[in-house]
Each structure stands twice: as structure tokens, then as C-alpha cells.
Ligand binder design. Structure first.
Ligand code: ADP
Length: 329
């Protein structure tokens, strides 16, 4: 291991990624590749816990991989693979589940949330989700896990799992990971109110064409108090303005900030500029994505190659784990 330590992050194969995923997660994954030894995983087994994410699993895995690669996640710098390709994770999941008190899992806020959202599908795997996550993290001897604040209890859970395992089997095999709290902005959706999310249908896909992006941006909700073109607007409550701050030049942002407040610029022109700037920003990514998407089998090969590299680490960890537990070699 070189660099500042190992980073692991997993994301469920939700298919085409949106600009919330990009700004909130993917961009950060790309940047971390320079300083850390990164392991990035498409966690397809995790997707099986909820019914809507089990659909089109293979296609969604590919779509996500293409967005990741096009954004600059680089298999020459990082290990990029699919969770289910490395079988050792299920073995470690089983072993860790035996050191996990059930009450700890049912007390987690994320579990309660899932039960509320999926009352008809409270399956065994859903309860054990954090144990599988702990297996993912510890299998690769992870030092840091980049997470949003809502995932911190899961990392704390992993740390407790590690302590229980190491104590019970009198070993130091597993490493306690640290949560690396990301300053991820919460990107709002086109409705201007809710977090951008595919399930709320308020998202803008990275892979959308320039025309599709423009059409979506033109329908975005702006300052709800601004009813007529002649009304002054308030950029501080407008999600179009928030996105200008990400995608537009500082002088453009400042100009909108001033002109919107005195009705010098209307929402239509403001949105046109945003769409243009977003399309310019994402043009290179989209071109690369098109190339990756032409080669499905090459993408699977890349993911399998990543899995082979991941498996070397996983098998070394499992050999130590089996020895500590007393399982056969
Ligand atoms: P998962 O269940 O694997 O977290 P999501 O698609 O919900 O899948 O999220 C993937 C990543 O993208 C997560 O790191 C999440 O925090 C980030 N993300 C998703 N939506 C947004 C958003 N609207 N704003 C900022 N970050 C987001």
C-alpha cells in the first residue's frame, strides 16, 4: 500500500447517474485517486435488499460503470469492480453476522427508515445491510470510508463489529476504519425543493444529451415568489442560481445575482445560460461515455480485472480471518 492509506467506497448500481451523484460523490472519488489507494465497488448484492433496485441489475451496473469511467475514475489508478465478483465478501458477512447483536441492527436509524419506506419487504438481508457493508469495508483493510453524515452510524457500527471480532478471536486481523466526512453539497432536484433523486424524477442525468438537458433545465422551478418577468427575483432561494454557482463563471454568477434581484434578467435567459454552461461542462464526459458504452464486453473485462485485484486483498484477509476463527485453511 502506498499513498495516505486505503479508501473504500461502494454505491448501489442505480443505473445512469445524475448530477447530484456526480457533485456529491463521483467527483470526490476522482479527486481522491491521487492521494489514496482507492477501492471503488458497485455493490450489487446491496441492491438486492430493496425491490426497485433489483431491476435490470446488469444493465444498471454497466450504466453506472460508464458514468464512473467517463467522469475520470481510472482503473489504472484505482481498483474498480463489482461486489458480487469477489465471493469472499459473503463469507466475511456470515462470520461478522455472528458477532453482531440483532438489537444493534434494528436500532439503526437507516433501518427504521427502510422499514418505513418498504413495509412489505422487510427482509433478513435488509436487517443485515450494515453487516455486509462492514464486510465490504474490512475485507479490503480499509482505513477511510468517505461518507455523508447520514452514514456515520454505519461506520461506527463497522468499528464496533471489528472490535467485537478482534476481541472474541483474540486477533488484530480486522482494521477499524475511519469515516471521512465528505463536504458533499446536497444538490436539489429540478423541483427546487427535494434532494435530487432518480426516484423523485427530479434529476438530470450526466448522460443526457445537450437537448435533453436544456429541456429539463427550462422546466426547473425557480423562485416561487417570482410570478412575472417584471417581478424581482431572489437568487438565494432559486436552485437554478445554486447550479450557476457550480457550472458558470464567477462574473456570470455575479451578474445574475445582481440582475435577478432587479428583474434585469428573466428566468428564461437565466436557464438558457445554465443549460449552455452545463452542456459545455459535461461535453467531454459525455463524449468519453459514448466511447465506453460502445464496448460492453470491454467494460465487463475491466470490472473483472478490478475484481481479480480486489480478490488478492480479499483472500489474504480471509486467510487471516479463517485462521483466527479456527476454520479450515
Ligand atoms: P446509494 O444507495 O448507493 O448511496 P445513491 O444513488 O442514493 O445510492 O447515492 C450515491 C451517492 O451519491 C451517495 O454518496 C450519495 O450521497 C450521493 N448523492 C445522491 N444524490 C445526491 C444529491 N442530490 N446531492 C448530493 N449527493 C447525492
Amino acid at each position: 500500500m502506498t499513498k495516505k492509506g486505503r479508501v473504500f467506497s461502494g454505491a448501489r448500481p442505480t443505473g445512469r447517474q445524475h448530477i447530484g451523484n456526480y457533485l456529491g460523490a463521483i467527483k470526490n472519488y476522482v479527486d481522491m485517486q491521487e492521494d489514496y489507494d482507492c477501492v471503488y465497488c458497485i455493490v450489487d448484492l446491496h441492491a438486492l435488499t430493496t425491490l426497485e433496485t433489483t431491476k435490470d441489475l446488469r444493465q444498471n451496473t454497466l450504466e453506472m460503470a460508464w458514468d464512473w469511467l467517463a467522469a475520470g475514475m481510472d482503473p489504472n489508478k484505482s481498483i474498480i469492480f463489482v461486489q458480487s465478483m469477489v465471493k469472499q465478501v459473503t463469507e466475511l458477512h456470515t462470520i461478522l453476522s455472528m458477532v453482531t447483536p440483532l438489537g444493534k441492527l434494528t436500532d439503526l436509524p437507516t433501518f427504521k427508515e427502510k422499514v418505513r419506506d418498504h413495509p412489505h419487504n422487510v427482509n433478513y438481508g435488509l436487517v443485515g445491510y450494515p453487516v455486509l457493508q462492514a464486510a465490504d469495508i474490512t475485507l479490503y483493510k480499509t482505513n477511510f470510508v468517505p461518507v455523508g453524515i447520514d452514514q456515520v452510524p454505519h461506520i461506527e457500527f463497522t468499528r464496533e463489529c471489528v472490535r467485537s471480532f478482534n476481541y472474541l478471536y483474540n486477533t488484530t486481523v480486522l482494521i477499524e476504519p475511519q469515516a471521512k466526512i465528505t463536504q458533499f453539497p446536497k444538490i436539489l432536484g429540478t423541483d427546487g425543493v427535494n434532494k435530487m433523486s432518480k426516484s423523485l424524477n427530479n434529476d438530470i442525468e450526466l448522460a443526457a444529451t445537450a437537448d435533453e438537458t436544456s429541456a429539463i433545465v427550462m422546466k426547473m422551478v425557480t423562485d416561487p415568489q417570482r410570478l412575472r418577468r417584471t417581478d424581482p427575483g431572489d437568487p438565494d432561494v432559486c436552485n437554478v442560481f445554486s447550479l450557476h454557482k457550480v457550472f458558470s463563471q464567477p462574473d456570470e454568477v455575479e451578474n445574475i445575482n445582481v440582475e435577478c434581484r432587479k428583474a434585469g434578467i428573466g428566468c428564461v435567459d437565466c436557464k438558457k445560460l445554465l443549460a449552455k454552461n452545463m452542456n459545455d461542462y459535461f461535453a467531454p464526459l459525455r463524449a468519453k461515455r459514448e466511447e465506453f458504452a460502445k464496448d460492453e464486453s470491454g467494460t465487463w473485462d475491466m470490472l473483472r480485472d478490478g475484481a481479480k485485484r480486489a480478490e488478492v486483498i480479499a483472500e489474504a484477509t480471509m486467510a487471516e480471518v479463517r485462521a483466527a476463527v479456527g476454520l479450515p485453511k
